[in-house]
Design a protein around this ligand. Structure first.
Ligand SMILES: Cc1cc2nc3c(=O)[nH]c(=O)nc-3n(C[C@H](O)[C@H](O)[C@H](O)COP(=O)(O)OP(=O)(O)OC[C@H]3O[C@@H](n4cnc5c(N)ncnc54)[C@H](O)[C@@H]3O)c2cc1C
Length: 410
């Protein structure tokens, strides 16, 4: 079967969901055909490691994947139908023919496009020996993962989290809220080492320790040994420590989902592994293809090389930029003047917010009481502000956004 789409979006995740909203605001949602591999229309991912796992606001963990995806959905199926957006679920795209301008959906049918938006996101990193044994370790990336894991977090369950990034720490916090014991194993010298200053890392580690989490840093997890017949697993660390776990969750980061783009001959950015796009988010080798969200590697003025970000704010902003262009507007370069990357993480009843990127700074200016209460860390290169991390200080975060927006991009 062959169908014709005007703008075809591959990937039915958060960037695709935001693209639908952005096109809707312009009265153009009917131009979109969204092809998503998951069996659900676009849904919000952040709650998978937060409210939904922790059972916040009196909610029980969703019993089924469909139930969870429905609770988190970005647009109802009825609304999508009303707007004339064609969203095909369970539609994994297996090939792109850039000459004919068609994509092939698993199962054989083709959809032609005038413009193609790649929003294929990313997938969690799981070391091969663990990935080969279903059920040995868990990841939290999809509604299917969340629905599997949520009901397993029960009183007394011994959880080991491998990886002290946002996802791993949020899972540990949620698990403590459900009465599990939790140990976080981080190979680097500190948790959140990739994204935060040492001050914030230490404060967040302390927060977890105060909530009874054992935080182990500076030693790698080398092996997860399955228990026989449902018995506990043994998690072995490089320093010889052996931890007993009923449940192991892996939060070792993600890799961009670029196979489709590479097979189609699009350029992959060697620095970030994402699809190389220009300042208009168009694939460097084909202006009839754009990339948005986690998979896009975009240039930033004054930054040596491309950036690839995993955040809701970027999924939303990149989709907005592409929607504007599809509508014939000129939104200017993506990540140009006034652009500020934004991140947040909820752990226990605390919210860590980051404006800017905490890299390349030479000094930090700390206010408040890190490790004891709310605080702010300002990261500076000379007298130029690069990023601000704040815990439970939303006003400082808003002020930092304004300040960073006003600062010239070098
Ligand atoms: C558990 C969790 C918690 C998070 N918490 C936060 C947070 O607190 N704050 C924050 O800013 N960010 C958070 N993030 C990150 C944020 O959710 C992502 O950056 C965002 O979802 C990226 O959107 P995307 O559309 O690029 O990718 P995704 O939302 O991952 O969607 C990509 C979709 O493409 C589909 N796909 C892939 N290949 C194909 C193909 N060949 N054919 C069809 N479909 C395909 C995938 O199945 C997937 O559904 C979190 C992420 C996770 C997983």
């Amino acid at each position: 079967m062959r169908t014709t789409g005007d703008v075809v979006v591959v990937g039915g995740g958060m960037a695709a969901g935001h693209l639908v909203a952005s096109m809707h605001r312009r009265g153009l949602a009917h131009r979109l055909t969204v092809l998503g591999a998951e069996p659900h229309p676009p849904y919000e991912r952040p709650p998978l490691t937060k409210d939904e796992l922790a059972g916040a606001a009196g909610t029980e963990p969703a019993r089924t994947e469909a139930d969870l995806a429905r609770r988190l959905s970005m647009h109802s199926p009825a609304w999508l139908a009303e707007q004339g957006v064609a969203v095909r679920v369970g539609a994994r795209v297996s090939g792109v023919d850039r000459v004919r301008r068609t994509v092939t959906v698993d199962g054989g049918d083709t959809v032609s496009y005038r413009h193609l938006v790649l929003a294929t996101g990313s997938r969690p990193v799981v070391p091969p020996p663990w990935a080969e044994r279903p059920g040995l370790v868990h990841t939290v990336h999809t509604a299917a993962d969340g629905a599997r894991l949520g009901p397993l977090l029960r009183e007394g369950v011994r959880l080991v989290v491998v990886g002290g990034g946002f996802v791993g720490l949020e899972v540990a916090a949620a698990a403590r809220g459900r009465g599990c014991t939790a140990t976080v194993v981080e190979a680097g010298p500190r948790v959140l080492g990739r994204v935060c200053t040492p001050v914030t890392s230490a404060a967040v580690a302390r927060l977890h320790e105060e909530h009874g989490v054992r935080v182990i840093t500076g030693t790698r997890c080398v092996e997860v040994v399955p228990g026989e017949g449902g018995a506990a697993r043994v998690v072995r660390l490089a320093d010889g420590t052996a931890l007993t776990a009923d449940l192991v969750v892996v939060g070792l980061g993600v890799r961009p989902e670029t196979a489709l783009a590479s097979d189609a001959g699009l350029e992959e950015d060697p620095g970030t592994g994402g699809i190389a796009v220009d300042a208009a988010l168009r694939a460097t080798r084909d202006p009839s293809v754009s990339a948005v969200g986690d998979v896009a590697a975009f240039p930033r003025a004054g930054y040596g090389g491309r950036l690839r970000l995993e955040s809701v704010d970027h999924a939303c902003a990149s989709a907005e930029n592409v929607a504007a262009r599809l509508a014939g507007e000129d939104p200017g370069p993506y990540a140009g003047q006034g652009w500020v990357p934004l991140f947040w993480s909820d752990q226990y009843r605390h919210t860590l917010r980051i404006a800017g990127l905490s890299t390349g700074y030479d000094t930090t200016d700390v206010g408040g009481a890190p490790g004891e209460g709310p605080f702010t860390v300002r990261c500076l290169a000379g007298d130029r502000l690069l990023a601000v991390e704040s815990l439970d200080l939303p006003r400082d975060h808003s002020a930092a956004r304004r300040e960073l927006r006003a600062a010239p991009v070098h």
